[in-house]
Design a protein around this ligand. Sequence first.
Ligand code: ATP
Ligand code: MG
Ligand code: MG
Ligand code: MG
Length: 401
Amino acid sequence: MNTEQTRTAFTDFFRERGHRITPGAPLPRPPGDPVLFTTSGMHPLTPYLEGRPHPLGDRLTGVQRCLRTTDLEEVGDATHLTVFEMLGSWSLGDYGMDRTLRLGHELLTGVYGVHPGLLHATVFGGDDQLGPDTESLDTWRDLGVPVELTREDNWWSNGPTGPCGPDSEIFVWTGVGPPRNTPQSDDRWVEVWNHVHMRYRRLDDNTLRPLPRHSIDTGMGLERLAMVLRGDCSVFESDLFEPWTRALPALWDLDGARLRIAADHLRSAVVVAGDGVTPSGTGRGYVLRRLLRRVLTLLRQDDRAGEGTDGRPRRTLADLPGGPIEHTLVHFGLPCPPRRADEVRDLLVDEERRFTGMLDRGRRVLSRRRFAGPLGEEEYHYLHDTHGLPRELVDLLRGVG
Ligand code: ATP
Ligand code: MG
Ligand code: MG
Ligand code: MG
C-alpha cells in the first residue's frame, strides 16, 4: 500500500460502518480561535464535541492536516513532524470506548495486516479525582492486547479549556525480534493511534464539568502508520518524503537528523504557505518565518561548497527543483487557490533574500570590536533584541557551532 491507499483504506473502513466524511479544515484557524493553527483532527470539531449537533450526523471520519509548533524540538527523530496528517474517526454521543477500540483493533490487524502480537495499549489509570478507565482496560484484555495503566500520559485536552477526557493510546512494536518492555520504557514502541473518551469540559476556573453527551474522538498519524506498515525506521522513508530526501542531498551535504529536519521544515513551510500564510513578524506569518529561518540556517551550515568569496552561499532555495513543492501541494490538495506552486516557490526565495539581507547586516554588526572575543549572555541578548539576530545565526556568522 502506498500512503494514498493507506489513507483511503482508513476512511473507507469507517464509511462502511456508517461514518460520513467530513472535509478537513485549512491549517490556519479562523479568527476567535485562541490557537494559530489546527493541531489535531478534533480541533475543528470542538463545538460538536461540546454538544452541538453536526450537520453530517453522529458518526464522522476524515483526514486533517495539523501543525504542532510544540513538537519543533523533537523533529529530526524518527516519528515527529511539524506538519502531519491525522486520520480521524468520531462518535458524537453514539458508540463508546469499547466499540471504538474494537474497531481500531479490527482495522489495524484485519485491514492493515499488523500482527496482533505487535500491539500494546496504554489506558488512563485514574488520578486524585477520577477512577481508572476500566471499560478500556476490559476491552483490551478481552482482545488479548497487553495494557499499561498511566497517570499523566492518557489524558487528552486541546488546550487549557474545552472538551477533554481519558484516552487510550495504541503502540506498534518496531524493534527487531519479539516485542519487549513496554511503551513507557522503550521507544521502539511507536504510538500510532489515540482514542479519546470526551466526557468532560474544562472551564475557565479549571474545574471539570461532565459533558451531557459523551463522544469518541480518535486520531492516527498517517505518516506514522505508513512507517510501521512498511517496516521503515522513520516517517521520512515513505513516498511522501521521497521527493525531498532525493532533492536535498543533491544540493547540500545533508544526512541523518539534519536531512530529516530540512525535509520536514521545507515541506511544512510549503504546506503553510500553500494554505495562504505569508512570512511576517507576528502570528502565523512568524511561525512560517521561523520555520524557514531554522532550515536556512541549517542549509548554510551544510552548504557543500562553502560560501563564495562574496559571502554568498553557492546554493540557494532558487536551486530547489519544482518537483518536491508541486508533489507536496498536490498531496495536500493545495494545487489551486490560495497559492500555486510557482507562487509558493517565489515566496520561499523572497524570504531567503530577506534572510540573506539580515545576515549581511549581522556581519557588519559583528565586525565591531565589541564582538571580537568570545560572547557572553549579555552580547547574545543585545544582538537578539537590538539587531534581531538569534544565537544560532550569530554563531553561524562567527563560524562557531
Ligand atoms: P507523541 O506522544 O508521540 O508525541 P502524541 O501523544 O502527542 O504523540 P496525539 O496528540 O495523541 O499524539 O495525536 C494522535 C496521533 O497523531 C499520534 O498517535 C501520532 O500517530 C500522531 N502524531 C502526533 N504528533 C505527531 C507529530 N509531531 N508528527 C507526526 N505524527 C504525530
Ligand atoms: Mg506529542
Ligand atoms: Mg503520546
Ligand atoms: Mg497520544
